[in-house]
Design a protein around this ligand. Structure first.
Ligand code: DAH
Length: 352
């Protein structure tokens, strides 16, 4: 009788433990607690021999029943826990194909390259072809044939990176003028966009920057054709008709020489504190002039039959003006977050 009571207590304790078990490890612990070497059920089974013979059979049957029940329940509970965990894992790992995709950044042209393409496109519309020349250039094309001999003080205008062999990094795109004349002859209309290099590095200068050269050689080229071409190009680029002025200047390779200013794209001359034109109302955008006869001659074209005009535009400056980029260095430091965020309002920028 005493043993039957014990059997009931062990059974109740097993059921309670089983109901609380949540993991396979807990089930294992229960298995050890009841059916292990020193388990509650094992001890009862071992004590069978001490019972009076008439009780042994019935108690033995009860204990065997309980052992079967414990084993069955543990197996079932283990299966249940395993199924539940599998299902949980499946849910966690399930791929929801209906979810929207993660945003992807699309590539875009650098603002300077974009500017280069836009101006090239406009100039091609005016009949100009794109010419190229080397960035590692010979002194002859960069200076000598552009009417800047080695003793000429104008060499100081462009502080130059020289190589040991006397070649240099071109300081402007102008060397392509004579290269193109020698290659194609007259008449000629070319532009040459590209990188140029000078020993300059401060807030408004970078040792590498971008220019676009333009050259037209033909018969009876007039100053007004040059003015018309430049005005046309700038209006098309900025998408509005801007006031412009041509200021007398000096370049050794043109005579007469001019600098072209356009009305401030930011304030149109109405803001005395404008951060772009500093209140002057004007922005310098290009150097130009009628090609010097010596340069035409260096291109093996007869200056008595042909003349022409040439211009050089700073592409970085044009990009900054069009896209409202306040600091030249932003164009070169590779931090695209500035452009992706639509430009820092401190810089007063516009999105490109
Ligand atoms: N090469 C000049 C510079 O880098 C710009 C320039 C001025 C180019 C006048 C020209 C020109 O073709 O005619 O400062």
């Amino acid at each position: 009788m005493q043993d039957l009571l014990n059997i009931k207590a062990v059974r109740d304790s097993f059921i309670e433990s089983l109901n609380n078990a949540k993991t396979l490890q807990e089930l294992d612990e229960i298995r050890v607690k009841f059916t292990g070497k020193k388990g509650d059920l094992t001890l009862l089974l071992r004590s069978l021999g001490k019972l009076p013979p008439e009780e042994r059979k019935e108690t033995g049957q009860e204990l065997n029943k309980l052992r079967d029940e414990i084993e069955y329940s543990l197996t079932q509970a283990g299966k249940k826990i395993r199924d539940f965990e599998n299902e949980k894992q499946e849910i966690n790992e399930r791929i929801d194909v209906t979810l929207p995709e993660r945003g992807r950044l699309s590539g875009a042209f650098h603002p300077v390259l974009q500017t280069m393409h836009e101006i090239a496109d406009i100039m091609q519309g005016l009949g100009y072809s794109v010419a190229t020349g080397p960035e590692k250039e010979e002194d002859f094309y960069n200076f000598e044939c552009l009417n800047v001999p080695s003793w000429h003080p104008a060499r100081d205008m462009q502080d130059t990176f020289y190589f040991a062999d006397g070649t240099l990094l071109r300081t402007h795109t102008s060397p392509v003028q004579v290269r193109a004349m020698l290659e194609y002859g007259a008449p000629l209309r070319i532009i040459c966009p590209g990188k140029v290099y000078r020993r300059d590095n401060d807030v408004t200068h970078s040792p590498m920057f971008n220019q676009m050269e333009g050259l037209l050689v033909d018969k009876n080229v007039s100053f007004s054709i040059m003015k018309g071409t430049m005005t046309e190009m700038l209006n098309a680029f900025f998408g509005k008709s801007l006031k412009s002025r041509f200021r007398a200047s000096y370049f050794p390779f043109t005579e007469p020489s001019m600098e072209l200013d356009i009305e401030c794209v930011e304030c149109s001359g109405n803001d005395p504190h404008c951060r772009v034109c500093h209140g002057t109302g004007w922005l310098e955008v290009a150097g130009m002039g009628m090609v010097h006869p010596n340069v035409i001659r260096a291109g093996k074209i007869d200056p008595d039959k042909y003349n022409g005009f040439a211009f050089g535009i700073g592409l970085d400056r044009m990009a900054m003006l069009k896209y409202g980029i306040g600091d030249l260095r932003l164009l070169f430091d590779g931090n695209i977050s500035y452009f992706l965020s639509g430009f820092d309002s401190k810089e007063g920028g516009k999105k490109c």
